[in-house]
Design a protein around this ligand. Structure first.
Ligand code: XMP
Length: 513
């Protein structure tokens, strides 16, 4: 299967570039993000089916503002400029962009003056999302103005002969209700693309690529039970069959039923060669007496690698390749951001740094929602495909204080109650995560029956989020909280109090450690 011709999104610094690429993918067209200053020759060499210039925070008149190479417009490839991208297009091709003081921000009424190619599916009057300071006051020669708002006389424009299109509004955001229809017209009509980037095709292409990369060599994969490593493993298994060995390092720090599910799904159902390395005791003994969260992470990370190395030596069949579940957002962001280290997000299941493997990264091109769809297509069970994010160090960072077997059992039982009640209330898909934290170092007084109790509290945490960078505490219905609370106190040994965490991120983090 030939590689699809991409739609390249030139990133002019807006937080929207990733969203644009995701929306294009939702239209089943392959899309990638590239820096705005990529040389035109390099862009042309990618044989793009279309180009999209993203929005950006700058004004086209600011000194040093990201600029566009005008030769881009002569490649014969359809171009869509969005917001700042449209202004660059207008200014480069002889239109007029002015700081009129007519700042538009938020939901704005939009009138179509001429449907043209892009706006054919929209009602004559509608709502769009705007966010700009400068305004295009005259389109470049050859362009037709297709829409306007009260403050933007050129809210959209096009020159279909040359394949050039611009919109001042943001078609990629949910606040522009019919925005996706604008993108579809650009992709399907202007770029003449077909909706071929489907999970089935993604799987086909990944399988071919993996075969090409690894040939007959042996491959290892660290399986964590999370959606990324599961989908990556299945793709590789589909490509190379028994040449793949999956290693599941069972730290004993997973939630109820998860280890069993990994074994049942991969070992039994999909018949993937699987080594189930049960090391609960080892991890517990290494964690004995440790209370510092970073030290817990370090210990777990190190032990994980040790166990993995041992299995690789004894059962790895001299593998040359290692599977990594790297996703497209990791690829975009790697190196580009120097976020302060708030927690060392040790990716248990990640790459032992000094082992000499070549990497197989079958998810490198995919966004998380695409990984889920591929997982569904491959037949992974719903519980894995929809699994909430779970920290690599597992329940060890959901016990504040020392990790002991009793505390693990308590936090696991409390977590089970949270999962069950959230599921029963039909709230799973509304939440980013919902879980229980045991405060191992704290005890409080309670009364149960006739007796005084002096036991640990459990904190229930449920958050909504888009990407875990920020999060809000979920407004769980009181009835749900009530059931969670009474069940935990009744069912979980050693717990006599339940609290609900109402801290957003920032200033809190999602996890407690
Ligand atoms: P925080 O607690 O930093 O978490 O707000 C953000 C997201 O990352 C998950 N998380 C981890 N994932 N290893 C991981 O692979 C870790 O050490 C880790 N710590 C937190 C967390 O569950 C949330 O989704």
């Amino acid at each position: 299967m030939a590689d699809p011709r991409p739609v390249l999104v030139l990133d002019f610094g807006a937080q929207y570039a990733q969203l644009i690429a995701r929306r294009v993918r939702e239209c089943h067209v392959y899309s990638e993000i590239v820096p705005f200053d990529s040389p035109v020759a390099d862009l042309a060499a990618r044989r793009p089916a279309g180009l999209i210039l993203s929005g950006g925070p700058a004004s086209v008149y600011e000194p040093g503002a990201p600029d566009v190479d005008e030769r881009l417009f002569d490649l014969g490839v359809p171009v869509l400029g969005i917001c700042y991208g449209q202004q660059l297009m207008a200014r480069s091709l002889g239109g007029r962009v002015e700081p009129t003081g007519a700042r538009e921000y938020g939901r704005t009424g939009f009138s179509i003056t001429e449907p043209g190619v892009l706006l054919g599916d929209l009602p004559p009057e509608g709502t769009v999302w705007m966010s700009h300071g400068d305004t295009i006051t005259a389109p470049p020669p050859g362009f037709v103005v297709t829409g306007s708002t009260d403050l933007s006389p050129v809210a959209s424009m096009e020159d279909p002969q040359r394949g050039l299109f611009g919109v001042q509004f943001h078609p990629e955001v949910a606040h522009t209700p019919r925005g996706i229809d604008v993108l579809k017209r650009f992709l399907y009509d202007a770029c003449d693309l077909l909706p071929e980037w489907t999970p089935a095709n993604v799987i086909e292409r990944a399988t071919e690529r993996i075969r090409l990369q690894v040939g007959d060599a042996q491959i290892l994969c660290a399986l964590s039970g999370g959606v990324d490593s599961s989908v990556a493993a299945l793709l590789v298994h589909r490509a190379v069959g028994k040449n793949l060995t999956c290693v599941f390092v069972d730290t004993g720090l997973l939630r109820i039923g998860e280890a069993e599910q990994v074994v049942a799904t991969f070992g039994e159902h999909f018949q993937v060669p699987l080594v189930h390395a049960r090391r609960e005791e080892l991890f517990l003994s290494k964690l004995a007496g440790v209370t510092d969260p970073e030290q817990k992470r370090r210990i777990i990370g190190e032990q994980f690698i040790r166990v993995f190395e041992e299995i690789a030596r004894t059962e790895g069949r001299e593998a040359r390749f290692l599977v990594q579940g790297t996703l497209y957002p990791d690829v975009i962001e790697s190196g580009s951001r120097t976020a302060a280290r708030i927690k060392s997000h040790h990716n248990v299941g990640g790459l032992p740094e000094d082992m000499e493997f070549e990497l197989v990264e079958p998810l490198r091109d995919l966004f998380k929602d695409e990984v889920r769809k591929v997982g569904e297509e491959l037949g992974l069970p719903e519980e894995i495909v929809r699994r909430q994010p779970f920290p690599g160090p597992g329940l060890a960072v959901r016990i504040v204080g020392e990790v002991t077997a009793e505390r693990l059992e308590a936090v696991r039982a409390a977590d089970r109650v949270v999962q069950e009640e959230v599921r029963r209330a039909g709230l799973v898909s509304d939440l980013w995560q919902a879980f229980a934290v045991l405060l191992g170092g704290v005890q409080s007084v309670g009364v149960m029956g006739d007796g005084r109790t002096y036991e640990h509290p459990v904190v229930v945490r449920a958050v909504t989020s888009e990407d875990a960078m920020t999060a809000d505490w979920a407004r769980l219905p009181y009835g749900v909280l009530e059931r969670i609370s009474s069940r935990i106190v009744a069912e979980v040994l050693g717990v006599n109090r339940v609290t609900y965490d109402i801290t957003s991120k920032p200033p809190g983090t999602i996890e407690w450690e």
